[in-house]
Design a protein around this ligand. Structure first.
Ligand SMILES: [Mn+2]
Length: 476
């Protein structure tokens, strides 16, 4: 592609020349003879002419397909230059704001006159790259610090939350790579192991061993790291860790020597991908596959609380991962017994005002509840799902929404926080309430009464006055 660049400062010219050189046939139009000579001598294609005159561009063989870049340093008569380019037949016009104050106003004024023109500022062009670089150096510093802190330890534990999900498993693998350790020198462990079928499948396909951990085992490790979870979760077991990496909201009341908590990230695997990249670690196909699958699953393929960093990590990992393995892991979440609970929900649940509620009765495992909640959220005209079941001696309630309405975590905290464990993100949340406490608050209800009650609570929540903070977040 041909490109004509109308610039008067040498720095901008040299920079553009370097950037455009490989793909573009670029010629510069400069006003100063001395500058033109200097550029010519160093091998740059340059034409000396008055940029405010149409014939400068006619002589340069400007066609409608030529990209014209005009430097705007706020001094020159930019309007006359743009006019001259247009009169010569130029249509692809890019104005480059270099150190211009009030660039937006300048852009608006120019566009008022020349609507088809594109205005790019220096901030837009370099800002993101520079910020990413700076953030990466900060991450590098942090990673190098904890690498040193863990380096001489004999036995290291990477502790995951109960019933580890793909994000926890992948983060465990990734941290082991960051720490430059093997499965013998860094144990991935959990107090309660994996139960969900698709996670068992991931564990088997990627050969991830999760060691059962109790209080005695925990005490035998020299260093303990936690990923996708924070120490407060292990109430009674421990209140400290040497390293905590997590994307859940930051909690207080524990000690951590190092921590990296980013509640605005869609997955802990995204944070770990940044750690790996910051120290140029070698990412194996297995680890990349685990991380990619984890980002996909924790963000429900970018439908749930994902940000730019998640997308960046995803595109970085994509070529490193094993696509067939990912497909195999994904197919694993539909099982006959789960479909039984989908059918139960169909029989017992109902939809009103875009909220689907269902009480499933007794379930042998907890994972049926979030599975059914996710399943019905896919349905057209459903914006919220509230699904409950009795597992062991507790009422488990899972809440899902499409992410742009009110806060699922606030909902469960409001109605179940006082009688059980309740919390979560904006679009997914869970409450686990001892059955006795549930009955004490809501009475002994029949199955269909429980469904109705969940509906009532959700409608009550959705119709009450929203505090300002909530309204602002909803719009954002
Ligand atoms: Mn997670």
């Amino acid at each position: 592609m041909r490109c004509l660049a109308v610039c008067q400062s040498e720095l901008v010219i040299r920079m553009l020349d370097e950037i455009l050189m490989p793909g573009f046939d670029v010629e510069f139009v400069v006003e100063s003879r001395a500058l033109a000579r200097r550029l010519h001598d160093s091998g740059t294609t340059v034409r000396c002419a008055d940029p405010k005159r149409t014939d400068a561009y006619l002589k340069a063989d400007l066609t409608p397909g030529t990209a014209v870049i005009i430097e705007d340093s706020s001094r020159r008569s930019i309007r006359r230059i743009v006019s001259a380019v247009r009169d010569a037949g130029g249509t692809l016009i890019y104005v480059l704001g270099m150190g211009v104050t009030a660039a937006r106003e300048r852009e608006d004024a120019l566009k008022g006159e020349f609507p088809e023109l594109n205005y790019l500022t220096m901030t837009e062009l370099f800002g993101t790259t520079l910020q990413t670089e700076l953030a990466r150096s900060l991450t590098r510093l942090k990673v190098q610090q904890y690498q040193r802190y863990f380096a001489d330890a004999d036995r290291v534990l990477i502790l995951l939350h109960n019933d580890p999900d793909p994000d926890a498993l992948a983060s465990g693998l990734a941290l082991r790579t960051v720490l430059r350790r093997t499965r013998q020198t860094a144990i991935i462990g959990a107090v309660k192991g994996v139960t969900r079928p698709e996670n068992l499948r991931m564990q088997a396909l990627l050969d991830i061993h999760v060691e059962p951990i109790d209080a005695a085992a925990l005490a035998s490790f020299e260093r303990v790291a936690m990923v996708d979870v924070q120490p407060h979760y292990f109430e009674g077991l421990t209140d400290r860790a040497d390293l905590v990496i997590d994307h859940h909201p930051e909690q207080t009341g524990y000690l951590a020597v190092f921590h990296d908590i980013r509640a605005n990230y869609g997955s802990t695997s995204t944070i770990l991908t940044e750690h790996l990249r910051a120290v140029d670690a070698n990412i194996s196909e297995r680890t990349a596959t685990a991380l990619l699958y984890a980002i996909k699953s924790d963000t429900a393929f970018f439908n749930r609380g994902a940000n730019r960093a998640d997308v960046d990590a995803f595109s970085y990992l994509y070529p490193l991962a094993h696509p067939t393995l990912i497909r195999k892991m994904e197919g694993a979440d539909i099982t006959m017994e789960r479909l039984d609970y989908v059918v139960k929900a169909k029989q017992n649940g109902h939809l009103s005002e875009e909220v689907y509620c269902a009480y499933l009765g007794r379930a042998p495992r907890e994972d049926f509840v979030p599975y059914v909640a996710d399943f019905y959220l896919q349905m057209e005209s459903v914006r919220w799902t509230v699904v409950a079941a009795v597992v062991a001696d507790a009422m488990v309630i899972c809440v899902r929404n499409l992410g742009f309405s009110r806060h699922a975590g606030d909902f469960v905290r409001k109605y179940f926080g006082e009688i059980g464990n309740a919390g979560g993100h904006r679009s997914m949340a869970k409450a686990v309430v001892p059955l006795a406490a549930f009955r004490q608050k809501f009475g002994s209800l029949q199955a269909d009464e429980i469904t109705d009650r969940l509906h009532d609570l959700m409608h009550h929540y959705l119709h009450q006055q929203q505090p300002d903070r909530d309204r602002r977040l909803t719009r954002a």
